[in-house]
Design a binder for this molecule. Structure first.
Ligand SMILES: Cc1cc2nc3c(=O)[nH]c(=O)nc-3n(C[C@H](O)[C@H](O)[C@H](O)COP(=O)(O)OP(=O)(O)OC[C@H]3O[C@@H](n4cnc5c(N)ncnc54)[C@H](O)[C@@H]3O)c2cc1C
Length: 445
């Protein structure tokens, strides 16, 4: 069952031609649409289901610099400024609050990793604070756990996954972008070795530049055109509670459980280290590239096999016709809605009550699943595709793309416009994943 997401008005007719066509109406697509439209470009945003129907409405809503991979810190710092300024600039409500985020641990070695991160982040003028055991206990009232310490960033926060991407899409539309939902892109239109537009289920749209922001579907779309993107997904389960007493004003991460307080006083809960990697043809194709990450994170995920082997973004599809309906417009694929694992959620609810007596008796509300798409180094691709002039990617956000969304959208827009970006785009090069470069180890999740 999908979590609620604010509706966005679609434009009735597909334009014949635009400057930039964007495939995918998640946070990556809508933010790029906003900044491109603001720069005066004619933009069409094409979404096979509804805006934010997939990962961008299913996440915890954390917007954090803390414990982030160093390569992403400059874009993330920019994002935090944008989370603050966009509501005023565009007259929209993103549900963004600088609530602070707390991580607490019972592991000395985890605490040491956090200490090293704090030292590194000082170089970027970002100041998280290491918490002693007493401080960790004091900052998480109502907990029965025996923490050895923690880390706290008062400047990080949370936005509303229900509101944020839809509000930014609406703001992009006010700036002149056209928005098309239930408009699947069947493939790229290529003429003379470069992008000429896209073929959609409602016809051809001419565009000299196309930005693919297709989340978990990006690799499949590229495969159709002979391009490789190593991408793999993890199935994850989340549930909400009813409004309950405050144990933390924002987000709380521990080795067992993640708790995020929402605007209405309810919580979003996830059991940590319980994601599932489903073995699929796409997963097997890129297994070698993902091997070091899988080894490093083997305790955090379980392996299994399910229907995603035969159907969905990771199934074998690499060839299809563009004059016939495609998998993107099949009714069960318009919005990927993976079945949540009740067997993960129920123990998490029990653990919540055991760890936080203040929350004992709290009831489970809605429960949902989400596919988290990832690259082998857990850093996104925000870059042109050298082999196909006119094509750009903004994808592979590896489980932390919501918070970085506004900064990433601005970076993607700068790259498409050929402007010098405010941050170094090199860490997000596409070719790093396919040209034989040594793939860097992922940072902390
Ligand atoms: C359970 C969970 C918790 C998370 N928690 C956090 C968090 O707290 N903080 C954080 O920063 N991140 C978090 N994330 C990750 C974050 O949600 C994602 O990284 C981010 O939303 C990815 O955005 P996206 O735009 O790349 O992809 P998506 O939001 O998945 O959007 C891609 C869109 O492209 C569309 N599409 C694909 N192919 C086509 C096509 N051919 N034609 C038309 N449309 C197409 C899809 O329908 C989809 O709507 C979490 C994710 C999950 C699942």
């Amino acid at each position: 069952m999908s979590p609620p997401v604010d509706p966005v008005t679609s434009d009735p007719n597909l334009p014949a031609e635009v400057d930039v066509a964007i495939i995918g109406g998640g946070i990556a697509g809508v933010t790029a649409a906003y900044f491109l439209a603001k720069a005066g470009q004619r933009v069409a945003l094409l979404e096979k289901g509804v805006i934010a129907g997939e990962q961008s409405s299913r996440n915890w809503g954390w917007c954090r610099v803390q414990n982030r991979d160093e390569r992403e810190i400059p874009v993330m710092l920019r994002s935090m400024e944008l989370w603050d300024s966009l509501p005023k600039e565009a007259g929209i409500d993103l549900g963004f609050r600088r609530t602070g985020l707390i991580y607490a641990t019972r592991s000395e070695s985890e605490l040491e990793t956090w200490r090293q991160w704090v030292e590194m982040a000082r170089g970027y003028q970002f100041h998280s604070r290491i918490l002693s055991a007493e401080e960790a206990r004091a900052m998480v009232p109502g907990t029965a756990k025996d923490w050895v310490g923690g880390i706290h960033s008062p400047h990080d926060g949370m936005a509303s996954p229900r509101k944020a991407a839809p509000a930014i899409a609406t703001a992009a539309r006010r700036l002149g972008a056209s928005i098309h939902q239930r408009c699947a892109v069947r493939g790229l239109d290529i003429e003379g070795g470069r992008i000429a537009g896209v073929i959609t289920e409602h016809g051809r749209l001419r565009a000299p530049q196309v930005l693919l922001a297709g989340g978990a579907w990006s690799s499949m779309m590229l495969r159709r055109h002979g391009l490789d993107l190593p991408q793999s997904s993890i199935r994850s389960t989340v549930f909400a509670t009813e409004p309950a007493p405050e144990i933390t004003p924002g987000g709380l991460y521990t080795s067992d459980i993640t708790v995020g307080r929402r605007e209405d006083g309810s919580y979003i809960i996830a059991a940590n280290n319980r994601g599932q990697i489903e073995i699929t043809p796409q997963g097997l194709r890129y297994a070698r590239k993902f091997w070091p990450t899988l080894v490093a994170r083997r305790k955090m995920v379980k392996f299994g096999i399910g229907e995603s082997f035969f159907r969905g973004p990771q199934a074998a599809k690499g060839r299809w016709r563009m004059d016939q309906p495609t998998i993107f417009e099949a009714e069960d694929m318009r919005t990927l809605d993976p079945t949540p694992k009740q067997g993960v959620a129920e123990p998490a609810l029990k653990q919540l009550a055991a760890s936080y007596p203040a929350l004992s008796g709290v009831k489970m509300g809605q429960i949902w699943g989400g596919w988290i798409d990832s690259t082998p180094d857990a850093v996104p691709v925000i870059a042109p595709v050298g082999a196909l002039p006119g094509l750009y990617l903004s994808t592979g956000y590896s489980g932390h793309g919501f918070g970085i969304g506004p900064g990433a959208g601005q970076l993607a827009a700068d790259i498409v416009l050929g402007r010098t970006p405010a941050v170094d785009p090199k860490p997000f090069r596409y070719e790093r994943l396919i040209d034989g470069s040594r793939i860097q180890k992922p940072g902390m999740m």
